[in-house]
Design a binder for this molecule. Structure first.
Ligand SMILES: NC(=O)c1ccc[n+]([C@@H]2O[C@H](COP(=O)([O-])OP(=O)(O)OC[C@H]3O[C@@H](n4cnc5c(N)ncnc54)[C@H](OP(=O)(O)O)[C@@H]3O)[C@@H](O)[C@H]2O)c1
Length: 300
């Protein structure tokens, strides 16, 4: 697996923790917790990944979320969507059924604000705590232990989790009550959707105009047009390389969450709704697992 890049860990008391969901993001995040000295037990639906993780990082693995969380003061989770999240948190074998009184569940899945509030209420009903904590920074951020994490929930529970989560984050910030983390992540995704379409149009235009695109990006990347997407994706977009990064399927899931929330709160998102449909085109072109920068592919 060997997914981690070196990181210096601040000294913090060792905690017994659990991590549920060892995907592209979860596996390296859990790895940083183990490297920081915490006692980590992992659960993954596909058990072979949990066994491989435990072999690499020296932690324990369990057959169900309920078993994995036994005795943990903090339980971290990172699965795909709302339904996946309910399936590892609720029910007889779910995390809430096994957590010790007062323990905190920190969920890093990008999910709806509604499911965050639902699970917050379910946790509080059992004397437990729930923090919604979606992340930004992608696979590289997880591997480097440098994620930006936006949280919603109670201050005390946040304060318990923050020093431990520092193992895989460069910023871990409470944005407000339950759901505020997911709403902040939606703002993040709205920013990215419009920006990637603009960058796609700019590069496609520059190519039609016969410009040397890497040179153009180097120059305008030092001015007002600079962005993370330009710095990290501009050259691969120009070269038509998309087999890496943050999958279009995940972006469509996120934009679906955004558009549902906007339908409720009355926000007008004309560009975001359009870009969502452009991503549907990319899916039709066979790009479901391509990076989100593949919007440019439909302009060729
Ligand atoms: N990848 C990124 O760059 C990135 C960046 C920011 C945010 N995110 C968000 O982070 C979350 C995870 O992304 P990822 O890239 O790590 O996804 P991933 O590689 O597809 O991993 C998903 C994980 O969830 C587990 N899972 C899915 N459905 C489940 C279910 N019903 N019951 C139990 N476990 C289930 C999977 O288990 P199996 O191994 O058994 O399939 C796997 O461990 C998503 O919400 C995504 O939007 C991702």
């Amino acid at each position: 697996m060997s997914t981690l890049n070196p990181k210096t860990y601040s000294p913090v008391a060792a905690h017994r923790v659990a991590f549920l969901g060892l995907g592209v993001m979860g596996a390296p995040m859990a790895g940083h917790l183990a490297r920081a000295g915490h006692q980590v037990t992992v659960y993954n639906r596909t058990a072979a990944k949990a066994r491989a993780w435990a072999q690499e990082f020296g932690g324990a693995h369990a057959a169900t979320p309920r078993e994995a969380v036994q005795g943990a003061s903090i339980v971290f989770c990172c699965v795909g969507n709302d339904e996946d999240l309910r399936s590892v948190v609720l029910g007889d074998d779910g995390a809430l059924a096994g957590m010790a009184p007062g323990a905190v569940l920190v969920d890093h899945t990008t999910a709806s604000a509604d499911v965050a509030r639902e699970l917050y209420a379910a946790a509080r009903g059992r004397g437990l705590h729930f923090i919604d904590a979606p992340v930004s920074g992608g696979q590289a951020g997880a591997q480097n232990g440098a994620l930006t994490v936006m949280c919603g929930g109670d201050q005390d529970a946040f304060d318990t989790a923050a020093p431990v989560a520092a193992a895989f984050s460069r910023a871990f910030t409470r944005m407000g009550d339950s759901g505020a983390g997911q709403l902040t992540k939606m703002v993040n995704q709205i920013c990215i959707a419009g920006l990637v379409q603009a960058l796609s149009e700019a590069i496609a235009f520059g190519q039609k105009a016969g410009l040397d695109i890497p040179a153009v990006l180097d120059v305008i990347g030092k001015g007002a047009a600079q962005s993370w997407q330009m710095d990290n994706r501009g050259k691969t977009m120009a070269a038509g390389q998309f087999e890496f990064g943050f999958a279009v399927d995940w972006m469509r899931k996120d934009l679906g969450l955004v558009l549902d929330e906007a339908a409720r709160n009355g926000a007008r998102l004309p560009v975001t709704a359009l870009v969502d449909q452009f991503y549907a085109d990319v899916q039709q072109m066979g790009g479901r697992r391509w990076d989100t920068s593949s919007l440019i592919a439909r302009l060729r």
